[in-house]
Write a protein that binds this ligand. Structure first.
Ligand code: ADP
Ligand code: ZN
Length: 844
């Protein structure tokens, strides 16, 4: 066993361009490079092993193998075939598992890229590609190599231990195999091991290894299959019932589910038994593919308009030419982006190639899935977190076996084992749910680009409100910009009306729902239409806002808002840690009107009921959507006009296409502005545009009423002037203040159940980072994270601004390991955890 010294494969040095020569090839390989499946960081490097001749033909890239590690067998995956081992003596691979390779070469390459890009361990990155729902426990069984009778004969002919005969009996009783732990329980571990060795030596039985199949593996049923043709059957003498079974099977293409065949033929199980004895049929268990529920098919095919045709032409041209280009489809809500995706995918299928479509988890509604599955019947697999583990495994398996050529799903669908990709589509590409929130903390947009590059296919990003990073790339020319500036059929965009809440106060108390919004609401309902009232409460409510001028107080050095802490009555910047006393008067206008904000959906519901009695409403928030499908059920009820108003949090903002809605009211546009994050303005603009886009999707024009204390804010003004100027100004200010996409951020989070320990540890970590990192990396903090305590962990963070993450990576890793060494000498630091988030989408 040795370190893998292979160039290009060391930590931090993983490169997307690594090619096959570098990792060697399989034929005649005598050595393998193996990554141990373990979460332990110290083990996260390749180890070299010898490859015994007898298993050489069963080992390829991605094969699962058992290797000796610290004196016991460990599970690993083969990632390369080096010419020579890194050091003199290497141990041999113990055995290859009876499993198809978990990965192919491209998957290994992509996992390497992910590990280096997001500073995760390689084995964590590899897990993204593992079949979902499989356990990583290795099942060890002793299996007979001959008939039980022959085995006994062989044993009888020589001096034999009683235990060896017992083992053979146990194997025979277990249908040809027995699990090693069971054998050990019967006769003691030592004896069992000796028996295994002896039986193997005699060639009677041998050990086999596979992954445990947990309850969630494939579902199976008994099937009956005809073994003879109808001609051959003509001469057979069969009973009436047996004849009926045979006739049914002939009609059904030769096979059927046993239970169904029996009941249709009115035959008892014994008829099939006699057919089996005559060698006419065979009964075996077969896999049942669980198919997740898909909506009913309604295949309407609109004639694409000129803009759609132009966009499709550009993308299909890249598909045809296998060009690795990235397209950004910037199309307003309701402009027919999905239709563009469908037409491009159609081209892939015509060419015999495959496609992946990522949609945000929240818009994986039956409606969305239906649009894909009805266009490509029987060819669409679905992967998302609402499936049962068994369903997910079945879909994955079906994809691997080539039964589907389109995969629609949430971000993890990106790792689906499709062959010959023709296109990857990411809908609503600006969504933060494309960032994985556990290690490896990858951004699906970036990984999709890497996968598309490796597969030689284009990537199509679509959104009504593209991420500013993507827009910047499009404007700078590295993405191709495609636009759909109008809704289909010239339907008008909704009219946006901004209500200045500063003038609503009158006597001092500002109402939750303005007169304008109440008026609009009652008119909408009178006209027989529906309305959505939107209140964004996620994000951050611990901020102060001046109810006279609307100001939210920002940090002088960080371009983020300050958070209000009632303890000590202070305002604090959660980027740099600066804090100050809460001023008595607003620093902008001098009025004594600084107030905290906090109102829930429940309050809005009460308010509406008080002013407009008789209106029926449905409330959708974290409290009313706990059940598995409650989210879809509530939306379905609203769609069916069981209520006139839908009141909800951001979960109602996206993707829903409800024809009856002509009014959208935004209760407080400022909540998202106050999030202590440099993307607060961008998020506000995106969220409000998306939620406004729910209005007037059908034939009647829509209207959006936005309540704000900040009508002059660029993100709010952008809602009424198209947003171009806002995007440009925002990108300029990111450049000036050194924020993405002009630098890359790494958020280093330090957590401990003890607040003082977390603070001191983060201080220490900053110092080691300072000494290890190049000068051009800017280090901010430590500061308490905005969510300074979460699940009993105190959280402090240090924020790095890097020009080049790969260049900074070795220093970051050195700092972390020296920090760990330091922590070992302090018992109270034992519980300190550190996480790295590269390109964080949230700094909370
Ligand atoms: P987006 O994804 O941009 O929000 P969709 O693709 O969902 O827009 O299109 C909105 C609606 O318009 C859908 O019902 C779709 O079937 C329909 N549609 C799409 N393209 C056309 C077209 N060219 N003519 C008429 N209707 C269309
Ligand atoms: Zn600051």
């Amino acid at each position: 066993m040795s370190d893998g010294g292979t160039p290009g494969l060391s930590r931090g040095g993983y490169i997307i361009g690594c090619d096959r020569e570098e990792v060697g090839d399989t034929p005649d390989a005598r050595y393998v490079e193996v990554v141990i499946d373990s979460a332990v960081r110290e083990l996260d490097r390749p180890f070299h092993y010898g490859l015994p001749e007898d298993i050489r033909d069963r080992v390829t890239f991605g094969s699962l193998v058992l290797v000796p590690f610290s004196g016991r067998p460990a599970l690993g995956v083969v990632t390369a075939f080096p010419q020579e081992p890194g050091v003199g003596s290497v141990k041999d691979v113990l055995s290859a598992l009876d499993e198809p390779p978990a990965f192919d070469f491209d998957a290994i390459r992509l996992a390497k890229w992910i590990a280096s890009r997001y500073l995760s361990s390689f084995s964590q990155a590899l897990r993204l590609f593992m079949p979902p729902g499989r356990s990583r426990k290795v099942r060890q069984v002793l299996a007979l190599e001959m008939k039980a009778g022959d085995a006994h004969e062989l044993l009888d002919a020589r001096p034999t231990l009683e235990e060896e005969r017992r083992a053979v009996d146990l194997i025979a009783a277990g249908g040809g195999e027995v699990e090693l732990p069971k054998l050990a329980a019967e006769m003691g571990e030592r004896t069992a091991n000796a028996v295994v060795e002896k039986l193997a030596e005699l060639g009677v039985a041998s050990m086999r290894y596979s992954l445990s199949r947990p309850a969630i593996s494939e579902k199976s049923r008994l099937a009956v299959r005809l073994l003879k043709t109808s001609d051959e059957l003509a001469d057979e003498r069969l009973g009436v019932k047996q004849r009926a079974v045979v006739e049914l099977l002939l009609e059904g293409g030769g096979t059927g589910a046993l239970s169904e065949v029996l009941s249709a033929a009115g035959a008892p199980r014994s008829s099939v038994k006699s057919l089996e004895r005559k060698g006419i049929v065979e009964v075996s268990s077969e896999k049942v593919m669980r198919m997740p529920r898909l909506g009913s098919a309604s295949d309407e095919r609109p004639v694409p308009n000129d803009k759609q045709v132009a966009a499709v032409a550009e993308v299909t041209d890249a598909i045809d030419g296998r060009r690795r280009e990235v397209f950004l489809l910037d199309g307003v809500t309701g402009s027919g982006k999905t239709e563009v995706y469908l037409l491009c995918i159609e081209r892939c299928l015509e060419l015999g190639r495959t496609a992946i479509v990522l949609v945000p988890e929240i818009s994986l509604t039956p409606q969305t899935l239906e649009r894909f599955s009805s266009r490509f019947p029987g060819r669409v697999a679905v992967l998302h977190s609402r499936l049962s583990p068994g369903e997910r495994y079945d879909q994955w398996r079906g994809i691997l076996e080539g039964r589907y050529d389109v995969v629609v799903g949430a971000r993890s669908a990106l790792f689906a084992p499709l062959k010959d990709l023709g296109l990857i589509v990411i809908d609503e590409e600006h969504e933060t749910s494309y960032k994985n929130d556990t290690a490896p903390r990858y951004q699906a947009r970036e990984v999709a680009e890497a996968r598309a590059k490796m597969s030689g296919c284009p990537l199509l990003l679509g959104s009504a409100t593209p991420a500013f990073e993507s827009l910047h790339r499009a404007l700078a020319g590295s993405y191709h910009l495609l636009s759909l500036p109008e809704r289909v059929d010239s339907r008008p965009m909704p009219e946006v009306e901004v209500v200045d809440m500063r003038s609503e106060g009158g006597g001092g108390i500002v109402p939750l729902v303005s007169r304008q919004l109440l008026d609009a609401l009652s008119r909408t309902v009178e006209a027989g239409d529906q309305a959505i009232l939107f209140l964004n409460r996620r994000g951050f409510s611990n901020y102060l806002q001046c109810h006279a001028c609307g100001a939210i107080i920002d940090c002088d050095s960080c371009e983020v808002s300050l958070c209000y802490h009632s303890r000590g009555n202070i305002l604090m910047c959660h980027h740099c840690g600066e804090s100050r006393k809460v001023p008595d008067n607003c620093p902008s206008c001098g009025a004594p009107a600084l107030k905290g904000f906090g109102a829930g959906t429940q309050k809005v519901e009460d308010e509406v009921a008080r002013h407009l009695p008789g209106i029926s409403s449905i409330r959708m928030d974290a409290d009313t959507t706990r059940g598995k499908d409650s989210h879809w059920e509530l939306l379905g009820a609203f769609r069916n006009r069981e209520a006139q108003v839908l009141i909800g949090t951001q979960m109602i903002a996206k993707g829903h296409d409800i024809p009856g809605v002509t009014l959208v009211g935004v209760i407080n546009a400022d909540t998202a502005l106050a999030i202590p994050d440099f993307r607060a303005s961008e998020r506000t603009y995106q969220l409000l545009t998306q939620v406004g886009g729910r209005a007037g999707r059908d034939l009647r024009p829509g209207r959006v009423v936005v309540q704000t204390f900040n009508p002059e804010h660029p993100a709010i003004k952008a809602l009424t002037d198209g947003g171009r100027a806002f995007v440009a100004a925002e990108i300029r200010s990111r450049q000036a203040a050194s924020y993405p996409p002009f630098v890359r951020l790494v958020n280093v989070m330090v957590m401990s159940p003890d607040g003082n320990v977390a603070a001191r540890a983060s201080e220490r970590l900053r110092r080691v980072l300072e000494s290890e990192l190049p000068r051009d990396v800017k280090i901010l903090g430590p500061a308490p994270a905005p969510l300074s305590r979460l699940r009993d962990q105190y959280r402090w963070h240090v924020l790095l601004k890097c020009g080049d993450v790969p260049k900074a990576a070795p220093g970051i890793m050195r700092a972390l390991s020296s920090f760990r060494d330091y922590s070992k000498s302090f018992p109270q630091h034992a519980a300190v955890r550190v996480t790295l988030d590269v390109d964080p989408v949230s700094l909370l």
